[in-house]
Design a protein around this ligand. Structure first.
Ligand SMILES: [Zn+2]
Ligand SMILES: [Zn+2]
Ligand SMILES: [Zn+2]
Ligand SMILES: [Zn+2]
Length: 311
């Protein structure tokens, strides 16, 4: 075997196999992975690390950087990793390549139990502190957690707080922005007899210092083609209840009105649509409103957002 004099940066694979148990035999690839997932090991640590946050770092899976929850596993050399990474690395320790058994790291699990940590959305305004194991549950429902982009039509991966999403809707999706709490929109559909799904451009309203999204779509309700308009509130469900809205659509001496409560954008656009929580107009009625024009459907929707709950 070649002797290793001076600086020895890489141990050839064959030497590892022959030499048996090397304490640290990280291949350069693994080292890359390790350093990428642990930037602090490269830069020499963040400034001002308290003892709690260094324990927190111990509880961070070195592979995926998520917080580890029981069962926490370790290799025979003591390297820890989370349960889902254990499956992903095919039962070999990513740090030392030793085969992973089913060795739990009970000490670390116990340490976790004794910890109290701030919500991960601390930077976004949540000041709550939780025992380690209830932290995750809280974070799934924390009112400061980022919202998903409310734009419908395709799954947009953007998340953020409300001001971020309003800017994103304006600049990224080029939605119609509207100041004020009343509106009067005309939706046009050529070939109304086509039954395909259609989504019109989202309108975002700024009123009462809040933001609301008005959706308008065509789809099949069972076998019946319908048009649906509904409003979503850019904020929490509990705050959405403080508002109400009305929609009116008509023409040809007929009129349909809807009074409802805006739904929080925490509820996906599809969920609201599928719950029929809005103004639904069947195509036949829509054609009456459009004065029987069969080439082009024109629906005038007027509405108002109110800062008072419906009684
Ligand atoms: Zn992991
Ligand atoms: Zn290991
Ligand atoms: Zn929180
Ligand atoms: Zn988006």
């Amino acid at each position: 075997m070649a002797s290793c004099s001076g600086v020895c940066e890489e141990v050839p694979e064959a030497d590892i196999a022959e030499g048996g148990d090397y304490e640290v035999s990280i291949s350069s690839n693994d080292l890359d992975l390790f350093q990428r997932s642990n930037p602090s090991t490269v830069t020499g640590g963040k400034a001002g690390i308290s003892s709690t946050s260094s324990v927190h770092e111990l509880l961070e899976c070195p592979v995926c950087t998520n917080s580890m929850y029981p069962p926490i596993y370790q290799c025979p050399n003591g390297h820890t990793l989370c349960a889902s990474c254990k499956l992903r690395v095919h039962y070999h320790c990513p740090s030392c390549r030793h085969e992973l058994g089913n060795i739990r790291c009970l000490a670390l699990e116990k340490v976790a139990e004794s910890l109290e940590l701030p919500c991960r959305y601390n930077d976004l305004g949540c000041s709550e502190i939780f025992p380690y194991y209830t932290k995750l549950k809280h974070e799934q429902l924390c009112r400061f957690r980022p919202y998903n982009c409310p734009y419908a039509g395709f799954e947009c991966p953007v998340t953020g707080d409300i001001p971020t999403l309003v800017a994103h809707l304006k600049n990224g999706h080029k939605v119609d922005m509207h100041e004020g709490c009343t509106f009067n929109h005309r939706y046009v559909k050529s070939n109304p007899y086509d039954v395909e799904n259609a989504t019109w451009m989202l309108t975002v309203f700024n009123c009462f210092g809040q933001y609301f999204c008005l959706h308008f779509e065509a789809f099949l309700l069972g076998t019946a083609p319908v048009y649906m308009a509904f409003l979503r509130y850019m904020g929490e469900e509990s705050d959405a209840k403080n508002y109400s809205y009305s929609l009116e659509v008509g023409g040809g001496s007929r009129k349909l009105t809807w009074q409802g409560v805006p739904r929080s954008i925490r509820d996906g656009h599809r969920k609201v649509r599928d719950s029929h929580d809005g103004l639904i107009v069947t195509r036949n009625i829509a054609l009456f409103f459009s004065s029987g024009n069969r080439q082009e459907l024109k629906l005038r929707v007027t509405g108002r957002i109110c800062k008072e709950p419906l009684n």
